[in-house]
Design a protein around this ligand. Structure first.
Ligand SMILES: *Cc1c(COP(=O)(O)O)cnc(C)c1O
Length: 358
């Protein structure tokens, strides 16, 4: 990224962008075109919704956290008929409940879900949800894979997903600035009928430009350059190894927080982030602040109603077991600083055992 900029209409960019496109297809496990947009992940939600539905269409939005619920907010902003499938935060969607809802609600155009719900650390059963959607409706299934792609398998083609989105700043480990949208042929068949107002996020125009390894508008060139390196690292590591490393780090983080008396929040946890409830009387915000200021380790607090109740340890991207050791070690100390009776080394020992499998 620190290198001099290349011109995005020149041959060098075309070559880089072509390579990035191929590698993105590898990470999305798809032969569909994976479009890169210069925006944050939410821009990709918006693009997915307004290019493949019509005004006033019915959309079922699976909730259960800030990001799942965000799809509904986007839909409402465009005047769509949003039917929420509400879910207590921390829980994962029940495919049977979705089936019942699809039987009740007529003419659903799209179902949305966040595979890995970053606000709660929950993983939604995407494969089962995809089966239900296909069996019971003509709706498109749009999946927010922003903290799922490159972490856990969400094979777009194999699962028959219609839309899969992701963003540069999560598993790819590069700065924010790019979001990705892949759409199935079935989704593209609905594009011509789509009548939402749009200009920058007209995916038809992007599709034509990106087929020629160009973008419709000026892209985040430096992020594209960084992404090429990140994708190469991921592909060199290999898909299975990449998923296993995330699974191992997630197991270690979960074991570590539980050894310290915290409770994992998600009923079915994602391998991208571990959300843990702090004990009654402890402020999660203060734990996060102490870890950052006193021990130099950055984790996140909760979101929404859980802002002061949850700590979230991210293990998405280029982390390894040593990072988990450092995080849990700092957490032990920070909890102690909050007056909790924590036995030093207890969480660390548990992480060590998890990492070496004893
Ligand atoms: C980060 C994230 C997003 C997108 O957020 P932006 O700030 O718009 O990039 C969407 N969904 C999930 C699950 C995320 O973790």
């Amino acid at each position: 990224m620190a290198r001099e900029l290349i011109h995005h209409r020149g041959p060098q960019f075309k070559e880089v962008f072509g390579e990035v496109h191929q590698r993105l297809q590898w990470s999305f496990e798809t032969t569909n075109q994976v479009l890169s947009l210069t925006c944050s992940g939410t821009g990709a939600f918006e693009a997915a919704m307004i290019n493949f539905t019509k005004r006033g269409d019915t959309v079922i939005c699976i909730g259960g956290g800030k990001f799942g619920e965000r799809w509904g907010e986007v839909g409402r902003a465009y005047g769509m008929n949003v039917v929420d499938m509400p879910l207590p935060w921390g829980q994962s969607a029940d495919p049977d409940e979705l089936r019942d809802l699809l039987k009740k609600v007529p003419d659903v155009a799209m179902v949305t879900v966040s595979a890995s719900e970053t606000s709660t650390g929950a993983w939604h059963p995407v494969a089962e949800l995809a089966n239900v959607v296909r069996a019971h409706s003509a709706a498109l299934l749009a999946v927010d894979g922003i903290t799922a792609v490159g972490v856990q398998s969400v094979p777009m083609d194999e699962l028959g997903l219609d839309i899969l989105v992701s963003g540069s700043q999560k598993a790819f480990g590069v700065p924010p600035g790019l979001a990705f949208v892949a759409a199935s042929e079935r989704a593209w068949e609905r594009y011509p009928e789509s009548d939402h107002p749009r200009y920058y996020f007209d995916l038809g125009r992007e599709r034509r430009a990106q087929a020629k390894h160009q973008t419709a508008f000026t892209p985040a060139i430096s992020v594209v350059l960084a992404l090429r390196e990140a994708l190469a690292l991921m592909q060199d590591e290999g898909r299975q190894a990449l998923f296993e490393r995330h699974a191992r780090n997630a197991r270690a983080a979960r074991a570590g927080v539980e050894a310290l008396g915290l409770t994992c929040f998600a009923q079915r946890p994602s391998n991208a982030v571990t959300a843990a409830l702090v004990p009654e009387g402890v402020s999660a915000k203060e734990v996060v602040q102490t870890m950052r200021e006193r021990y130099g380790v950055t984790i996140a607090g909760g979101q929404g109603d859980f802002a002061d109740r949850l700590v979230r340890i991210g293990h998405i991207g280029f982390f390894d077991g040593s990072d988990m050791l450092v995080a849990i070690s700092a957490l032990e100390q920070a909890l102690r600083d909050q007056g909790l009776d924590v036995e030093l080394g207890k969480g660390v020992a548990r992480v060590q055992r998890e990492l070496i499998g004893v």
